[in-house]
Design a protein. Structure first.
Lengths: 263, 317
């Protein structure tokens, strides 16, 4: 069984995130890491592999991005993925989600036959939450998205998911695309052994040519939408802070809410 | 005039407010055509509701063959609807499911996609709030039919009746789109309070409530607010996940956000930082939430919350 887990390298949300002059996210001069929400995808990929003892399931971590993005698949290898692929090509810079989904789909096809493609709920930078469904569309596979729990049985998966209005149980047979939330199960930390073992695991770097994507299908100039302006908002600043003494806090807050016309 | 397709967000034929906001936005771009994916028995009621806010057309699509499968059939239906019509843009309320429909549709229609817009101008330029509200981004689709998902509260719904002509369309859903099967669907119980993402005021509780959400709810009711929560409160089982605010919960942008016993972790702030006014009650003067609060009370919820609720009720008379 081949399980591909798609992971993204993102700027650290705790650090100063910013844009370049061409309005693309600065991915080079900032601290980056494996998107927190993709750790849950790696975790589920590993759990599904582990639930299939006897069959030699392989977990392949896949990323698209600049040089530093290799750290994202490295972390996945340290957590326990068996091998990794980094699609690295200057032409990719500035790609929109549509182009990224094309690159990922082509890479998955090259890895094929693949039984399961796993992704996180959203990236922590762009946060669009559209990649898994775009991949399902491109690969012609069923999508089980937004899983808060995952149950594998034979050649099928059953998930539970929460929508705005309901809790649903959804199932599909493999091959399929799965995306999971942070509720699906705590992601493991790489062990010392895992970190050492990761150094010897295969990590391939592919160019666009390797997966049959033309340079003019991706990148900023091929994007189907264009950003015209990025403006930093002034950071929020602390207002008045009072300390409650014998009910004075509630009174002061009520006074504030009245002055602001909320009462 | 070109049509602007607006996917209706509804619960059993009762149209939700974000749809009216989208119809108002659609009028800037062309002639609003509402798309109703639901039961035929609700069509008459729905057309009344959307016409009021400017829908010139209503395309009803019977969801009998769609509703038991995830996302893919709806994307196919919208693709078939858009094909062969002069469509200026396709607008969908930003929900997890609608963003996925939009993603598939973008691939199908070879069209650009913008998610989570907080405004759309007459020329199609969108505004988004990114990096937890740290940046405002303007963008536009440059290829195909712009597909835009729009967040709640992005426009004030304007009542201005449209022609409301019902036009029936036939869609055929492929077998390939019926592969993710919904085996069970348990609707969430309504609380009778405003919808979290649409509310003007949100009153939230965190671990500091110690499990007592009744007090948070009382303040919410006094203010006419929706109730929200931190993940710590949800994980503790004090309140369902549907009420979680933050990176992996709902993003809210109300006029007033009241954080009670919430420390202000970055993942929580990601979901509420764009609120107009933020107030916080926390017994720890060093809690990070105070750094973004317009007004803060350092104090114990056990005493501050009931006193505040009483004072709000008294002032409201
Ligand atoms: C991948 C990932 C995704 C996440 N997504 C989200 C998300 O979507 N939303 C979210 O909220 N969190 C999310 N988190 C969790 C987040 O990191 C925090 O752990 C969480 O927000 C903490 O919730 P809290 O503020 O209620 O609890 P705490 O951080 O424990 O804070 C409790 C606060 O209550 C105060 N307090 C205690 N008792 C009292 C009292 N009697 N009176 C007054 N104040 C009191 C304390 O001083 C403290 O500041 C996520 C984490 C991860 C790793």
């Amino acid at each position: 069984m081949n399980i591909v887990v798609c992971v993204k390298h993102v700027p650290d949300a705790g650090a100063d995130r910013r844009f370049e002059a061409d309005h693309t996210v600065d991915r080079v001069d900032v601290d980056g890491l494996l998107s927190e929400l993709d750790e849950y995808a790696v975790e589920q990929a590993l759990r599904i592999k582990e639930s299939r003892d006897g069959d030699d399931a392989v977990v392949i971590a896949l990323t698209v991005g600049p040089e530093q993005a290799v750290d994202a698949v490295r972390k996945a290898l340290q957590m326990g993925a068996d091998k990794a692929v980094h699609v690295l090509d200057d032409a990719v810079a500035g790609s929109d989600a549509i182009a990224t989904s094309l690159v990922l789909a082509k890479a998955v096809e090259k890895l094929g036959p693949v039984d399961l493609v796993v992704g996180g709920l959203a990236s922590t930078d762009a946060g669009m939450s559209v990649l898994p469904s775009m991949l399902a569309e491109r690969l012609g596979l069923p999508q089980l998205t937004g899983a808060s729990s995952v149950e594998a049985s034979g050649g099928a998966l059953r998930i539970e998911r929460d929508t705005d209005t309901a809790t649903e149980v959804v199932s599909a047979t493999l091959p399929l695309v799965l995306s999971v939330t942070d509720r699906s199960g705590e992601a493991r930390y790489p062990s010392f052994k895992g970190i050492m073992a990761a150094k010897k695991k295969p990590l391939d770097t592919w160019s666009l040519a390797d997966i049959g994507v033309e340079a003019d299908q991706v990148g900023l100039s091929a994007a189907w939408s264009t950003v015209t302006e990025t403006v930093a908002r002034p950071p929020r600043t602390a207002g008045e802070i009072v300390t409650d003494e014998d009910g004075s806090g509630a009174a002061a807050l009520a006074e504030f809410l009245t002055a602001e016309k909320f009462i | 005039m070109s049509e602007v397709l607006v996917l209706i967000d509804h619960v059993a034929g009762s149209v939700r407010k974000p749809t009216f906001e989208l119809l108002t936005i659609a009028k800037r771009l062309g002639s609003p055509s509402a798309v109703f994916i639901g039961s035929p028995e609700h069509v008459e009621g729905v057309v009344e509701q959307v016409r009021e806010y400017g829908a010139d057309k209503l395309y009803p699509i019977d969801d009998a063959g769609l509703r038991d499968y995830l996302v893919a059939p709806k994307a196919e239906a919208l693709q078939q609807l858009a094909a062969g019509r002069d469509v200026a843009a396709i607008l969908l309320p930003s929900s997890a499911e609608n963003k996925e429909i939009a993603g598939r549709l973008a691939v199908k229609l070879q069209s650009g996609l913008i998610t989570d817009a907080v405004d759309v101008a007459a020329d199609g330029t969108t505004t988004q709030s990114v990096f937890a509200g740290g940046y405002s981004v303007t963008a536009r689709v440059t290829k195909g039919t712009p597909i835009i998902t729009v967040k709640p509260n992005s426009a004030a719904p304007e009542a201005s009746p449209g022609s409301g002509i019902i036009e029936h369309v036939d869609v055929t859903i492929s077998e390939g789109a019926k592969t993710a099967v919904v085996e069970k669907r348990e609707p969430r119980q309504s609380t009778g309070r405003p919808e979290l993402t649409e509310a003007a005021i949100v009153v939230s509780g965190g671990r500091g409530t110690n499990g007592d959400f009744a007090e948070v709810e009382r303040l919410a009711d006094a203010l006419g607010a929706a109730v929200g929560a931190s993940r710590a409160a949800v994980d503790s089982g004090w309140i369902p996940y549907a009420f979680q605010v933050g990176q992996t919960g709902k993003t809210v942008s109300p006029r007033l956000y009241v954080a009670n016993g919430i420390s202000g972790a970055i993942q929580h702030r990601a979901g509420m930082q764009t609120s107009k006014t933020i107030v916080a009650v926390n017994k720890d003067a060093e809690a990070p939430i105070f750094a973004i609060a317009d007004f803060g009370v350092v104090g114990d919820l056990d005493t501050v919350l009931p006193a505040l609720t009483a004072e709000v009720a008294r002032r409201k008379g």
